[in-house]
Design a protein around this ligand. Structure first.
Ligand code: PEP
Length: 253
């Protein structure tokens, strides 16, 4: 089964207009020069940089995504951004359920499913993040936790075309630690089985499952070569053009 590799950069709460624009332009330029042509590349800057980043990547194949959205399409939600607004702005993707939102904002699987449902209705593709904490891993609950997160946060309108899953062990995010390649493959294969149960085998075979958590040029090749790893969600290393493009170049064909 050939699934198109997706390399996505999550800039988190980093960047002001000037450096954000320079960074987006740098990514677009390097992606144009890159030998690896047939992989999707996505940047997810903070809300404040989306418009400027959109202009900076214009004419390149780099796509634009946001890091979160509200579940309503419009209305009385002070400070929130709706998926329709993101679509209107030119985003193709939105990340939902990142562990930092689950932790910082108490987001539940139920809320994440509502956000993802509504984003899909608005015409966006969603990247739904899941992953276990260190404690859960130590207690051998990784598969159990990821299964519950998929069952609870993947909405009923998800298909392989509109949904991407990102497996991000919480303990690996921003820490420099990563699971072994064997562990990553085991979790990704089990995620695909759970997707099959929830959305059918055809969707499961075609749905992309990204790995995220301290992916960098030195470990990307090994992780991205795994059978059930269809790309990466990159935090820290996406803030350096050279590292982000090196990861793109090490992805499998
Ligand atoms: C992330 O936050 O999605 C992430 C994977 O971060 P990092 O690459 O910095 O671990």
């Amino acid at each position: 089964m050939v699934r198109k590799t997706l390399i996505a950069g999550n800039w988190k709460m980093n960047g002001h207009i000037e450096d954000g624009v320079a960074h987006a332009k740098g990514v677009a330029l390097e992606v144009k020069k890159a030998a690896r042509k047939d992989c999707e590349v996505l940047i997810c800057p903070p809300f404040t940089l989306l418009m400027a980043a959109k202009k900076a990547i214009k004419g390149s194949k780099v796509q634009l995504g946001a890091q979160d959205c509200h579940f309503d399409l419009k209305g009385a939600h002070t400070g929130d951004i709706s998926p329709l607004m993101l679509k209107d702005l030119g985003c193709q993707y939105v990340i939902v359920g990142h562990s930092e939102r689950r932790t910082d904002h108490g987001e539940t699987n139920e809320l994440i499913a509502k956000k993802a449902y509504s984003a899909i209705e608005a015409g966006l593709k969603v990247i739904i993040c899941i992953g276990e904490t260190e404690k859960e891993r130590d207690e051998n609950k990784t598969i159990e936790v990821c299964t519950a997160q998929i069952m609870g946060s993947v909405p009923s309108n998800s298909t392989a075309q509109n949904t991407v899953i990102a497996y991000e062990p919480v303990w690996a995010i921003g820490t420099g630690k990563t699971p072994t390649a064997e562990d990553v493959e085991e979790v990704h294969a089990s995620i695909r089985k759970v997707i099959a149960k929830k959305l059918g085998r055809a969707n499961a075979n075609k749905m992309r499952i990204l790995y995220g958590g301290s992916m960098k040029p030195s470990n990307a090749k090994e992780l991205l070569a795994l059978e059930d790893v269809d790309g990466g969600l990159i935090g820290g290393a996406s803030l350096k053009v050279a590292d982000f493009t090196a990861i793109i170049e090490s992805s499998k064909q």
